[in-house]
Design a protein around this ligand. Structure first.
Ligand SMILES: Nc1ncnc2c1ncn2[C@@H]1O[C@H](COP(=O)(O)OP(=O)(O)OP(=O)(O)O)[C@@H](O)[C@H]1O
Length: 872
């Protein structure tokens, strides 16, 4: 069984208008496409009428009509009475002319069939039926009862429609003739297949298509009149709702129980009869509000259409007076069979249980009654009706607007979140990322790329990469090449001083067109130092281990040094660690005296004992004595009742480190001397000497000898302290230590701050040339500061402060010649001269420039170069 209404693939836009307007829910939605279900469809054409996309197509009768027109048999076109609503009256004569021009032998009015049927109903109703009789001229109503109200099939009047009646009359009068019905109704196509009488059904639209296909212009056709019998005027009014009943007036005994039902009321009426609630005698029923309201008339005014039909019914057209009335064909009519039968084509939906309905509802977030909004957007009046349709496989779960909207919002939020995540990833990428459209217009770029280009984001977004290439911001334009060659390319680009290793990848749409170009770039120099760093990480670790000396595992307790002078010093300290001799550490501030004192302790047999550091310069003189020597109960006001041991006492069995010893007041110098000599002390207020087993290391950045001369430091103490004097050299005198110290501090502060920054070699070289007046302390502080304050991961010369860079410039301008061995002076001068000439020749374009640079005459340069050449 084929369906006369079909959906054109992919034209359907999921508005569910057809579902909503289908009176019998004969539209299934599958994968978003609405499809008419032949077994449920009653061919009323509502879905055709409401489809804004014109996605519904009707089975065409055009091909079959052409086939018939080519046959030699008699052909009659029968036109439904609603033509008077579809066309202007003065057009009708020319339409008849046009049909004749197409090849029809005669053109009849279907109103003649209406008269035959009307009279048959008169007979039927005279039999005073005991149950409701339902009229059958409307094929959609017949379909509706056969498929959806099978209980009412016995109530259907067993009579054919006017279309079939006239078809049978034509075929009686012209045996073997073809009858083609032309009207507004699409359900007639179904009827013609089911009931004998008509060969093809064409809609008014198809008739117009026929004229167009055969180049028949209506206005230029001959005006013709109808053929066949002339119907009674009242039967021309059949297409208007209640037309049949109207025609029976005066012929049968009318009662209140003769009713008309149409449109939406038709189904309600049938439902009531089916349930036994309503018991009329006769129902003149139509699916549309009359034939002037069908799909063909979707843009017309139903009331004016009806008026035009009425008007025509009584005025008629030219030639009506020459036609015979139906009575003239009495003999034939008497033998004409106008009966028909009906079939039970009942289709019932499966009824789901309450649990099954709930399970379906839950899918679209309907957990309780309040969630069932019954908004009707899905095409079903209630959420439950829709759930039943889902259960029967004719609706899809997702067909729920509130659910889709919620899902859409959730999806949008998810996409927003993904976008944010993606942007953050792109933005934080160490490589430069840039995206253009298919024409090379820049859509986005990350911070790394803006750094490469040395411009702000706003400066380049929206610009074409060719423009950047033209202005030498970045060149060559890889985007241009990718778009031209339509493939991934990799090349080296120049962006200012940077060399970028760039890959451009085209992104295609389904039509093979480039919609985006993705550019990834990395700074070659940075990359090289990065890979070098990665490779060197292990090496660095081993290197630092080699440069580090310690007796303690704590990071800042390690001495980093590679210079021979420090190596010697370390070896000396290791030897001193094994004895208890007093050590005096001398040297500028920040050279590492404190660190060395600790180193000696850590490597000594006293390492398990305390290491007590006293900064003689930082404790107020008034407190220093009690801090150093401690006090007994009640020694002075404010003293603790139980007394307190001094720092010297606390260093018992360990090492006492007296830092800034030059700042020790003279009165305490005497007391300290006693401790040094006797290894015992007496607390303040005490009388009993306390023995102390301590190793003393002192340190100062002052010139103690001079202080002795000036009388501010006791000579005897000086000699006691400087049993083993060690001078720690300033950093500028052991430049070899600068690089390992930098690497050590970078490593330490990176770890401590959770960062991973690198000082580029060029920067380290400059730092090596700085004089570091604050020595290692200054260097350490500087490294920590630059690591935490620099925005860059790779810190170069340009990131160093000016006061440090200045020293580099002065180094460049004054190069120092170092002589490492003895040789004859003349030979040495010649050698230096030769080297200078080679260097100048490399750097200068001509001998004049060389002369300028070397500070001699140009002729001297020429002469000396010649001499060199001759000797080589
Ligand atoms: N060779 C080194 N290896 C590692 N760190 C060092 C080295 N020398 C000094 N430091 C560090 O430098 C800083 C200063 O060192 P220290 O306090 O020992 O110097 P100082 O000579 O005692 O200074 P001051 O005379 O001002 O007391 C400390 O943080 C120390 O850890």
């Amino acid at each position: 069984m084929s369906c006369i209404v079909m959906t054109e693939k992919n034209k359907c836009r999921q508005c569910y208008s057809c579902v909503r307007n289908c009176p019998v829910k004969a539209v299934r939605v599958k994968e978003g496409q609405a499809e008419v279900l032949v077994e449920r469809c009653i061919s009323c054409g509502n879905c055709v009428k409401v489809c804004s996309q014109n996605a519904k197509v009707i089975e065409s009768g055009i091909e079959e009509t052409f086939r018939i027109l080519n046959e030699k048999k008699f052909k009659v076109a029968v036109i439904a009475p609603s033509f008077s609503a579809a066309f202007k009256i003065d057009e009708v004569g020319r339409i008849i002319g046009g049909l004749k021009a197409l090849g029809f032998d005669e053109v009849w009015e279907v109103a003649v069939g209406a008269e035959l049927v009307g009279k048959a109903y008169e007979e039927l109703l005279k039999m005073s039926p005991l149950f409701p009789i339902i009229s059958t001229p409307c094929p959609a109503i017949v379909n509706l009862i056969e498929k959806h109200f099978p209980n009412l099939i016995p109530n259907l009047a067993p009579l054919v429609s006017p279309m079939i009646a006239i078809g049978r009359l034509v075929k009686c009068l012209h045996p073997g003739a073809y009858v083609i019905f032309i009207g507004p109704c699409i359900a007639k196509k179904d009827e013609a297949k089911e009931v004998y009488g008509v060969d093809v059904v064409l809609t008014f639209s198809e008739m117009k298509d026929l004229f167009n296909l055969k180049n028949i212009v209506i206005n230029s056709q001959e005006v013709c009149s109808f053929d066949g019998p002339l119907p009674d005027a009242v039967f021309r009014g059949f297409p208007v709702s209640g037309g049949l009943l109207q025609s029976l007036k005066g012929r049968v005994a009318f009662s209140r129980k003769f009713i008309t039902a149409d449109g939406r009321d038709a189904i309600k009426c049938l439902e009531s009869i089916d349930k036994g609630e309503f018991k009329p005698n006769f129902v003149d029923i139509l699916m549309c509000r009359g034939c002037v309201d069908g799909p063909y008339f979707k843009h017309d005014n139903f009331y004016t259409g009806g008026e035009r039909v009425e008007k025509f019914a009584f005025s008629g057209i030219v030639g009506d007076d020459k036609r015979l009335k139906l009575d003239a064909f009495k003999d034939i009519i008497n033998n004409l069979d106008l009966t028909r039968s009906f079939k039970n084509k009942s289709v019932k939906m499966n009824v789901p249980t309450e649990d099954e309905i709930k399970r379906i509802l839950i899918h679209t977030n309907k957990f309780n009654k309040g969630d069932e909004l019954n908004c009707g957007a899905c095409g079903y009046d209630t959420c439950r009706e829709k759930a039943v349709a889902v259960y029967n496989g004719i609706a899809e779960i997702e067909m729920c607007l509130p659910y889709l909207l919620t899902k859409e919002i959730q999806e949008k939020n998810r996409i927003d979140e993904l976008n944010r995540e993606m942007s953050a990833i792109i933005e934080s990428s160490y490589d430069g990322v840039l995206v253009t459209d298919g024409q090379g217009k820049i859509l986005r770029l990350n911070a790394a790329f803006t750094k490469f280009l040395g411009v702000s984001r706003e400066d380049v977004i929206g610009k074409n990469t060719e423009e950047l290439e033209k202005n030498r911001v970045i060149y060559p334009s890889i985007t241009k090449l990718v778009i031209k060659e339509k493939r991934r390319l990799t090349l080296i680009q120049q962006a200012g001083k940077r060399r970028l290793f760039t890959t451009g990848t085209p992104i295609f749409n389904e039509n093979g067109e480039i919609v985006r170009v993705l550019i990834n770039a990395m700074d070659i120099d940075e990359y090289q130092s990065l890979t070098k760093d990665a490779l060197d990480a292990e090496k660095l670790k081993r290197y630092l281990e080699k440069c580090t000396h310690s007796g303690d595992s704590r990071p800042l307790h390690r001495i980093v040094s590679v210079s021979p002078v420090m190596e010697k010093l370390i070896h000396l300290c290791l030897r001193l660690a094994n004895v208890d001799s007093t050590v005096l550490l001398l040297g500028e501030s920040g050279v590492g005296k404190g660190l060395i004192a600790r180193f000696i302790h850590d490597n000594s047999p006293r390492s398990k004992g305390p290491f007590v550091k006293i900064n003689c310069g930082s404790i107020p003189a008034s407190l220093l004595e009690s801090e150093l020597f401690g006090y007994e109960t009640g020694a002075f006001t404010g003293a603790k009742r139980e007394g307190k041991p001094g720092l010297i006492e606390m260093a018992h069995k360990g090492t006492l480190f007296l830092d800034e010893i030059g700042d020790l007041p003279l009165n305490l110098q005497v007391k300290l001397l006693q401790v040094l000599q006797d290894r015992e002390l007496t607390r303040l207020g005490g009388i009993k000497p306390i023995e102390v087993d301590i190793r003393i290391i002192a340190a100062t950045n002052r010139d103690l000898r001079k202080m002795v001369e000036d009388g501010v430091f006791r000579e005897d103490l000086y000699y006691r302290l400087s049993v083993v004097p060690i001078t720690v050299p300033p950093l500028r005198e052991r430049k070899e230590d600068i690089e390992p110290l930098i690497l050590y501090f970078v490593n330490y502060y990176n770890k401590r701050n959770g960062i991973s920054k690198t000082l580029l070699q060029e920067a380290i070289d400059v730092l090596k040339d700085y004089s570091w007046p604050g020595n290692v302390r200054e260097l350490e502080n500087f490294v920590e500061r630059i690591l935490v304050t620099s925005e860059k991961n790779f810190i170069g010369v340009e990131d160093l402060p000016q006061y440090i860079k200045k020293s580099e410039t002065s180094r460049q301008n004054h190069c120092k010649i170092t002589v490492e061995g003895l040789m004859p002076l003349k030979e040495a001068i010649e050698m230096v001269e030769k080297q200078l000439l080679f260097l100048a020749r490399k750097k200068c374009k001509n001998t004049y420039e060389m002369a300028d640079l070397l500070g001699i005459n140009q002729s001297t340069v020429v002469r000396k170069l010649k001499k060199l050449k001759d000797n080589s």
